[in-house]
Write a protein that binds this ligand. Structure first.
Ligand code: LMR
Length: 394
């Protein structure tokens, strides 16, 4: 039967990661996959995670199964991190998932179970894997305008006009902070307008939050998801610990289903448990346990927050440096958006041909849609990138 299989499209981000590995040039620069790197190009294990791992090795006495939703302490700690006190804990059903991707996948599964006719509205552009999973699951997908290629900010009027087509029972997927791939984000006033529209239309929001703490701070980055959770009758939230805890390969995510009617919590929780069981049974535990330890131990938590702040500030510093270098070289403010964007990414807003030229001529790797990973830079490579951008005529 395998002869019936067709070749599947390769994931553009992962393909780029491979091409970078194979490039023999010593001065190549990787601005592709969304992985944080320090000034030496290393993706460090965070100090608090290392310390928690050491403790865990000493105190862990069993590797027996946890529960279908993972360890409840992990759910509690992550719900508090993402939602604060925006909604009562009793209104939230939650299940640990293999990474943020697992949470996204389970959320789409739950949507399909609850309303097979639901359409999912996604920003244009969005993380390519959103589109790939939706297609694989045969869920009708509608794009809404998001990025203004002129200002490199959010095309909010276009977004609202497109979302006016949303019907009751549809789902609108938003990025809670640090939009991937553009780096352009709504302000709080715009989030409020969006919430009002969703309420008017009876659509369900789904929030993908994979970069909490990478934008303006842990609390600041959670403002939008908290507003949505407390304002809308139902919301799905897919959270990832890959980036803000630096535990990419441990596959640590959480799917939350929030309902303003607490009597629904039991059914929602049962559904999340069921979906985990169908797809992989028990979620991975190691990363989740480390996250729980870090979040619940005051000293580990303080150290984690301090290191996350260092990471965030280093990306902000690189944004400032790149924007000012480009201003100096171009003699214009047209790259000022790089300092305004937040998170790991910025979309330059140039053509795939020029992105390819940067790769061929300078060994600079960014995703074809001109998304660059700011954290792939350091103080030395910023001027090299800036010069290459100007030389390529971007
Ligand atoms: C990215 O967007 O580069 C990251 O989220 C990694 C991935 O899985 O695509």
């Amino acid at each position: 039967m395998f002869e019936t299989l067709k070749e599947q499209p390769a994931d553009k981000i992962l393909m780029l990661m491979q091409a970078f590995k194979e490039d023999p040039r010593e001065d190549k620069i990787d601005l592709g996959v969304g992985v944080y790197k320090d000034a030496t190009g290393n993706t460090p294990v965070m100090r608090a995670i290392k310390a928690a791992e050491k403790q865990l090795w000493e105190v862990e006495t069993t590797k027996a199964y946890t529960g279908l939703a993972g360890d409840p302490a992990y759910g509690d700690a992550m719900i508090a991190l993402v939602l604060g006190d925006a909604v009562p804990r009793a209104n939230v059903a939650a299940a640990a998932t293999p990474g943020g991707t697992g949470a996204v996948r389970q959320a789409f599964d739950m949507i399909k179970m609850a309303n097979p006719a639901a359409r999912v509205f996604v920003s244009d552009p969005t993380w390519p894997n959103h589109l790939s999973i939706l297609k694989h699951m045969q869920i009708e997908t509608v794009m809404y305008r998001y990025f203004d290629n002129e200002t490199r900010g959010v095309d909010f009027d276009g977004m609202m006009a497109d979302l006016d087509q949303v019907r009751a029972g549809d789902v609108v997927l938003v990025h809670g902070c640090c939009h991937n791939p553009t780096g352009a984000n709504l302000n709080m006033g715009q989030w409020k307008e969006l919430v009002a529209l969703l309420l008017k239309k009876g659509a369900t929001p789904m929030v993908d939050i994979a970069y909490q703490g990478f934008g303006d701070g842990l609390e600041e980055d959670a403002q939008a998801v908290r507003l949505i959770a407390k304002s809308c009758p139902e919301v799905l939230i897919a959270a990832s610990c890959s980036k803000n805890f630096g535990i990419y390969r441990e596959r640590t995510g959480l799917l939350m289903a929030v309902s303003n009617d607490a009597s629904r919590q039991k059914m929602n929780q049962g559904t999340l448990n069921y979906l985990n069981r169908q797809n992989f049974s028990f979620p991975p535990d190691h990363g989740a346990r480390l996250v729980t330890m870090v979040l619940t131990d005051p000293a580990l938590r303080a150290d984690w927050m301090a290191e996350l702040e260092e990471v965030r500030n280093s990306m902000l510093g690189l944004r400032e440096q790149l924007a000012s270098e480009l201003q100096r070289l171009s003699g214009s403010d047209r790259f000022g958006f790089i300092a305004q964007h937040r998170g790991m990414f910025s979309r330059l807003g140039t053509t795939p041909e020029l992105v390819e030229k940067l790769r061929a001529d300078h060994g600079i790797y960014m995703v074809g849609d001109s998304r660059l990973n700011i954290a792939g830079l350091n103080k030395t490579t910023v001027p090299i990138l800036a010069a290459a951008i100007i030389k390529a005529g971007i």
